[in-house]
Design a protein around this ligand. Structure first.
Ligand code: 3PY
Ligand code: MG
Length: 256
């Protein structure tokens, strides 16, 4: 029984997916945001304080809201990528993929042979997908999405090579780190002109390769601009920024 539409199918549909970004340690925050009109939810294990156990619980809560869960793993922690796919995550975002070897290793943990070297044990994914083990093995490489983060000069310089690695489904642009890298550490300007030029170039290379492009937007307004450019997926703000904005708006309204 094929999964229809799969997460990659949804990414390739006309409208970009708008995605919540969660780092708070309680999995119920991600479960709650999954019930809002987001298309998917990212759990941020790189910079968020959500840990592995909470992420496993969050994957279940997001699935209960019929939304795909993605996880951003800590830098270089590719074994965790496999474990989260086993639990039923639909996609993994790997930060700081700066060499072809980084991209190859990430892909190898994301995809079953012959494309990669993912090891068998997808118990949560079997339950959530409803597939029997043989069907899951055959379909998994096409059901789960591996996003290599491009957020340094090194990565930008080899973006075509990263995109050419079998098992890398697309790139995810980190505009904040990119702004730090491009300014030589002088400043943080994720929507600045230099980043804009770099992300336009990266997007064009992704489209030329026929792969997927995703990016982080610092606000809803910025998400509109990035969606219009043609990204397949745009992550918006963070759970913390949304909590603060909601608190500030309620207080401003209450104080007149
Ligand atoms: C970046 O902008 O550097 C990211 O990693 C997205 O949060
Ligand atoms: Mg970053």
């Amino acid at each position: 029984m094929p999964i229809n539409p799969s997460f990659p199918d949804r990414l390739r549909a006309d409208a970009p997916l708008l995605v919540a970004w969660c780092g708070m340690p309680d999995p119920s925050v991600a479960g709650l945001l999954a019930r809002e009109a987001f298309d998917a939810v990212v759990l941020d294990m790189q910079h968020g304080s959500i840990d592995f156990t909470a992420s496993l619980q969050a994957v279940q809560l997001i699935a209960a809201a019929a939304k795909p869960a993605l996880v951003r793993i800590p830098v270089g922690d590719f074994a965790t990528a496999s474990r989260l796919l086993d639990a039923g995550a639909a996609g993994v975002i790997a930060p700081m993929i700066n060499t072809i070897e980084d991209a190859r290793r990430f892909a190898s943990f994301m995809k079953f042979p012959p494309m990669g070297e993912r090891s068998w044990g997808a118990y949560g994914a079997l339950t959530l997908s409803g597939l029997d083990p043989g069907d899951y093995l055959q379909q998994a490489n096409g059901l789960t999405v591996s996003f290599a983060m491009v957020e340094t000069r090194e990565a930008l310089n080899i973006i075509d090579d990263i995109l050419a690695v079998p098992g890398i489904d697309g790139v995810f642009i980190g505009p904040s780190d990119l702004s730090i890298a491009l300014s030589g550490g002088r400043g943080l300007d994720p929507a600045g002109a230099e980043v804009e030029k770099a992300l336009d170039h990266a997007l064009a290379r992704v489209k030329a390769a026929g792969k997927l492009a995703a990016i982080y937007a610092v606000s809803g307004a910025r998400a509109v601009e990035l969606s219009r450019k043609g990204f397949h997926m745009v992550s918006i703000g963070t759970d913390i920024s949304m909590l603060k904005a909601g608190a500030q708006a309620a207080l401003a309204a209450a104080r007149g």
